[in-house]
Design a protein around this ligand. Sequence first.
Ligand code: MTE
Ligand code: HPA
Ligand code: MOS
Length: 761
Amino acid sequence: MSRYDLIQHVRGESYFVDDFISPEGTLYASIFFSPKAHGKIKSLNIDEAKISNGIKAIFTSADIPGENQIGGIIPDEELLVNDEVNYIGQPIAIVVAETPLLAKQARDKIKIDISELPVITDPRESFKKGNLIIPPQIFSLGDVDNAWKNCDLIVSGKAETSGQEHLYLETQSALAFPTEGGGIKIYSSTQGPTVVQRTVAKVLGISMNKVEVDTLRLGGGFGGKEDQANAWAAMAALASFKLKKPVKLVLSRQEDIKLTGKRHPYSSDYKIGLDKNGKIIAYEVAFYQNAGASADLSPAILDRTLFHSTNSYYIPNVKATGYCCKTNLPPNTAFRGFGGPQAMFVIETAIYKAAEKMGIDPLIIQEKNLLNEGDEFPYGQKIKNSNLRRCWNELDEKYHLARIKNSIEDYNKANKFLKKGIAVMPVCFGISFTNTFMNQASALVHIYSDGSIGITTAAIEMGQGINEKLRKVAANIFSIDINKIKIEASNTTRIANASPTAASSSADLNGKALEIACHSLRDRLTSSIRQDLKIENNIAVHIKDEIVYIIDKPTKLKWEDIIKSAFMKRVNLSSQSQYATPEISFNKKISKGYPFAYYSMGTSIIEITLDCLRGIYKIDSVKVVHDFGKTLDKIIDKGQAEGAIVQGLGWMTIEDIVYNDQGKLLTDSLSTYKIPDINFSPDNIDINFLENSVNPMGIFNSKAIGEPPLIYGIGVYFALMNAMKAFRPKKIFNISAPLTPEKILLSLYSNYTDHLTSING
Ligand code: MTE
Ligand code: HPA
Ligand code: MOS
């Protein structure tokens, strides 16, 4: 792999927030949080904590100089609870001491008395009580109510997906220190330095230009630091601001799992109507999103759920309703796919159940309803330049679906307790922030007088390889050695008003901004060369491999010479640029528009073997044909696809978030919460790049890749259902994701005597 920071990574030399050499006198913060999911604070006793060894200060909501408010979309989230707690883990006080351990010891001496109120953890219960964070959201196309009568088969049911812990390697962290004139500087592990800046300014009651946020890289974000880095940065900043000392706050793994929100669990009702050939005529769905105790990004995530309610299919009559339900859990947040995967799971369940009723393979319905060029989504956008069918067909040609199915049938006949299962999973994911205004980015490029280059954008490297992609863009435009190019930390004083690194859009948005800046620098350099060599405007001059060419003849002039000469002539060797995605728009009032620049798409086959005696299973393979456009970096893109797929497989199978009815997280460590490891991962993940795909809306004709492949992982759920069905053909399994081995085993053997009677007569 070509990524410049890999050697540093494996040698442990890369800096993450906790690695920065702390300024002298740095103090450490620990957070006292609510032990109850709902109630009023009757008393908070800090007497013992106040005299604890090494203690420097304890801050509560009363100490906040600005607003005690960090809600980004809706102002419904206090930084520190003042009166009413709404989930276990909600921050109440910041304890600052000389060392991290002393801070924790002092924190543990705080006593709280809470008069408890009823706890709601279930979104449907919250809906019944009217606890919605925003009004119901509706997307519709055609006329569902009138379409049912034209259907030969109508199937309805419930589909449920659970949460997912981000488990980024670097936990939430921030290091803040005071700057002169009452300002503050923060090193934050965030996907969105601008959002941290805005939040801190609000909490401290100072203007944004007094807050500097710097982000070098993240040890993973996966959406968990799009919004939820704000709170920890604001707490470190508050303590630092008050004490006029550097303050570091790094959550322990267990604190991070307990205190932060996760992927939203959804509970949904669907109704699907088809004709006798399997053509889908109508689809109605209601999504109950478990938002947790405050809005966070839930409304935006619910939007994307609605955008993706029909996944890769054209359905002429659709009504999709989303409910953003407030519960007494930590606020759930962005997670790779941003509500899209939850929606796609429901339509796939509906198709699976319809196929089961019709006695056909779900892939017949999937294929028959796959989007065709020009088909309209429920929000009005029509699909253009679609390669969806090409991906499907190439996958089939390469792996022969019918042949795989036959060999699985043979295997299942020959084996009593081992059953194989298969599913096909297509994906079509819209690329752009669904909030149109967020689709903008800027870049700042400096060419230093020695010919080396420094680039700043708001794109945050979190393992997805964005820095290498940006280096490639600049190296390609200047035609110079990539090692001359360095990507600087993101910093709010160099890049202002930036969107977070999210929505898989950072390469497109920041890459296109960078392209503009590099082009203007290249133009300045070519004029400077013309001046030096006294060449007319109509004669072509260009730089190739660091050498100046006139027409097609190489000269003696090298990159370093051009830069030196331009500098001496006082040519501006810095450039700042902005890019805003053209054409897109969305009218929220009517839920119609053209929100996406383009779509990321492809199809996958997932095969598994299930041990029906023990409920355990092996994922044999995931085979994919995906449209990457013209890839910027094949190895990075392949790595993104593989990583996303394994994360999707984990969500559907072994990652099981369990809260009890009192809102206490029971799976708060890696002994109880299982994520995929190398043994769990499929032996084979075959990623095939669709050939001859170009995408002018992407940087250098590439396509966004960060999130969409996660959705292929959903296929494992249906492959497992397929194998369960092979073991008990007559049983209708009504279960939910994740399909943990325990859950599978219990379902396989529920009413097992009926099964024995049916096979033994
Ligand atoms: N890959 C790694 N290694 N680590 C991450 O945290 N985040 C994912 C994806 N891939 C992530 C990742 C998410 S949620 C998004 S939105 C995209 O990367 C963001 O980066 P991009 O816009 O450069 O694709
Ligand atoms: N994706 C990710 N993050 C976002 C989006 C989106 O579509 N909209 C707002 N924040
Ligand atoms: Mo990704 S969920 O858009 O950070």
